[in-house]
Design a protein around this ligand. Structure first.
Ligand code: NAD
Length: 329
């Protein structure tokens, strides 16, 4: 089975090549191009493509993949909001994903962002490098005995709940389903109560119609003054213009973002100064209490090898005609 691997970074190639040794019958060709309607034509002669969160797996791309004979799209990530599932069904293309690889990788990064934003670590680092050892502008607050509000308590949210408990925080959560594994130490509350009671809010729900712009000026107004907000989930959970308004209102002690709305436009892949100047992400970066990382929550050794293993197993399951819990339906 031949797989065309899009948007290849050197670390992807390393982890997939290492894992491939344990999977016979699979062949991978790597391209640096990301998947979109133009590059979909490269898939001629392959059985499957492997794509990522940044890929454009919309209807147009899928139709071209179908014309080129592709029968399987392997998403090497958990989220699939960038895949047009109606088009995939229409074209009889199976879509498989990696629902969980290392929830702790993302949850640990979420806590790192919360701490870094609260204690202004990025600012402290730069100050000391410039020989400025003063503490002005660096004051934070203790997380111990404060309230953590976790939105979405699936795999990553649950890991974040455990981390927050370890910090001695009271943990409250909002989800459409309660996770029974958390019942001993997490109190489920309404979204309104989570917003008004939390000192640290961390988003771990998927991006769907019902969660699009979940954080907007109305929900921001309901938050405590001096809250720390972290988003490691999907950029469009937060309405960026409203977040900027909230920051201007001094609502936040700190904001930590690993994901942002403009990611899908590849603003930072492009790195054009002009785009950067006008991007809302660049506006966010101008605030001293905002810390942004570049969608690196998943980026640990353990997570990368788990992603490679599950993706290749998905390919084998497809080849063997087996149903899988990793099917996107
Ligand atoms: P999951 O499916 O295990 O959990 C998602 C949880 O969100 C579920 O419990 C679900 O019931 C809940 N949910 C659904 N709709 C909701 C709503 N309207 N309000 C509140 N909760 C709702 O997913 P996961 O593995 O924990 O991943 C969570 C998200 O993290 C993914 O959707 C993805 O966008 C993101 N993610 C980010 C990175 C990164 O590198 N930053 C890596 C992996 C995943």
């Amino acid at each position: 089975m031949k797989i065309l691997f899009y948007d290849t970074k050197s670390y992807d190639r390393d982890s997939f090549q290492e894992t491939l040794a344990d999977f016979s019958g699979l062949e991978i060709e790597y391209t640096k191009s990301d998947l979109d309607p133009r590059t979909a034509t490269l898939a001629e002669g392959f059985d499957a493509v492997c794509a990522f969160v940044s890929s454009d797996v919309g209807a147009h791309t899928i139709e071209i993949l179908h014309q080129k004979g592709i029968r399987l799209i392997l998403m090497r990530c958990a989220g699939f909001n960038n895949v047009d599932m109606d088009a995939a069904k229409r074209c009889d293309i199976r879509v498989m994903r990696v629902p969980g690889y290392s929830p702790e990788a993302v949850a640990e990064h979420a806590m790192a962002l919360a701490l870094a934003a609260n204690r202004r670590l990025y600012k402290a680092y730069n100050k000391v490098r410039e020989n400025d050892f003063s503490l002005s502008g660096l004051m934070g607050f203790n997380f111990f005995e404060k309230t953590a509000g976790i939105v979405g308590t699936g795999k990553i949210g649950a890991a974040m709940c455990r981390i927050c408990r370890g910090f001695g925080m009271k943990v409250i959560a909002y989800d459409v389903y309660e996770n029974p594994a958390l019942k001993d130490f997490v109190e489920y509350v309404s979204l309104e109560r989570l917003l008004s009671d939390s000192d640290v809010i961390s988003l771990h729900c998927p991006l769907m119609d019902s969660t699009y712009h979940l954080i907007n000026i109305d929900t921001i107004r309901q938050m405590k003054d001096g809250v720390v907000l972290v988003n490691t989930s999907r950029g469009a959970l937060v309405k960026t213009d409203d977040l900027i308004e909230g920051i201007r209102m001094h609502k936040f002690a700190g904001v930590g973002l690993d994901v942002y709305e403009e990611e899908t436009n590849n603003v930072f892949e492009d790195r054009s100064d002009e785009i950067l100047e006008h991007s809302t992400t660049a506006r966010l970066l101008s605030f001293p209490n905002v810390m942004i990382t570049s969608h690196q929550g998943f980026f640990t050794r353990e997570a990368l090898s788990a992603i490679a293993e599950t993706t290749l197993q998905n390919a084998l399951d497809f080849d063997a005609g087996l149903e899988s819990a990793n099917d996107v339906t």
